[in-house]
Design a protein around this ligand. Structure first.
Ligand SMILES: NC(=O)c1ccc[n+]([C@@H]2O[C@H](COP(=O)([O-])OP(=O)(O)OC[C@H]3O[C@@H](n4cnc5c(N)ncnc54)[C@H](OP(=O)(O)O)[C@@H]3O)[C@@H](O)[C@H]2O)c1
Length: 260
């Protein structure tokens, strides 16, 4: 008799890091729930995967869509991995740039709702994992990137709390905050940032980010920061006094991010 395959749910699976997670997890033998707004992109991806992939077209900023996806996760006994990856960045000051409140809904509210829906079942089964795709930006604050840094910082803190809670409850469920730096995807097109403004050596690929995440999951690592440059930056920022962090960000932080 054929063994039942584990199931992974990936939000933001229609491009970039989420799509790469889906491809890699399918190769590793997971069935997939592919979640994002662009149904046709998800359907095209599902047709290319070697395992069974179901498309859940959803705008996770909308309560009805979010509740429907959460209900589906809560009812799925095979769910072994949830990747909260859907996200975007913006350019410009908080009071001027569009999409600020929606960003908090997507990065914070949707992550909390889907994690809660997934974790209840995982806790009962005593197995599973959650990957929250945060960012190097979640270790700092930055003018003209305020909501992004704040919501990714929340994801780091949320993941850390859950990681501790799993240990405290004696549950073997893995929690990870994945913190990439600049990664090739559609992210910078959506944000309207010219990639040429960022030195070539700072870019990583989505394949590398996903590989590091899955390696980190095997080792139960809470924070996964792919790439040595970004590891150094995160380490430095954790040691620098607030005043020095602010001086650096006021000088360099808002480059290329000012409103058009
Ligand atoms: N690329 C980077 O340099 C970088 C660095 C650090 C962290 N990250 C994080 O990595 C994650 C993935 O980004 P990416 O680089 O892969 O960018 P991307 O290629 O633009 O992918 C973003 C994904 O999020 C989905 N999404 C956006 N709004 C959504 C909504 N309201 N409801 C449902 N899905 C939504 C998009 O799908 P639809 O448009 O089809 O809905 C898309 O699949 C994000 O959380 C981002 O903050 C990226």
């Amino acid at each position: 008799m054929e063994k039942t395959r584990p199931l992974a749910a990936v939000t933001g699976a229609s491009s970039g890091i989420g799509e790469t997670f889906a491809r890699r997890l399918a190769q590793d033998g997971y069935d997939l729930l592919l979640i994002a707004r662009r149904r046709e992109r998800l359907e095209r991806l599902a047709a290319q995967l070697p395992t069974t992939a179901e498309v859940l077209a959803a705008d996770l900023v909308q309560d009805a869509d979010l509740n429907a996806v959460a209900a589906r996760l809560a009812s799925e006994p095979r769910l072994e991995l949830l990747v909260n990856n859907a996200g975007y960045g913006t350019k410009g000051h908080f009071w001027e740039a569009a999409g600020q409140v929606e960003m908090h809904k997507l990065h914070v509210i949707a992550t909390a709702a889907l994690t809660r829906a997934a974790l209840a079942g995982m806790a009962g089964r005593r197995r599973g994992a959650i990957v929250n795709v945060a960012s190097v930006a979640g270790f700092m604050q930055n003018p003209a990137n305020v909501s992004y840094c704040a919501t990714k910082m929340w994801m780091n803190s949320f993941s850390e709390g859950l990681w501790l809670e799993m240990k405290n409850a004696g549950l073997p469920i893995r929690i990870q905050s994945l913190c990439p730096g600049f990664t090739w995807s559609e992210f910078h097109d959506v944000m309207g940032v010219d990639r040429a403004s960022i030195p070539k050596s700072w870019w990583t690929t989505a394949e590398f980010v996903v590989q590091e995440s899955l390696r980190g999951l095997e080792q139960d690592r809470l924070f996964v920061v792919p790439g040595w440059r970004y590891k150094i930056i995160v380490w430095l920022f954790s040691w620098l006094p607030r005043r020095s962090q602010h001086a650096i960000m006021l000088k360099y932080g808002a480059r290329g991010r000012k409103p058009r």
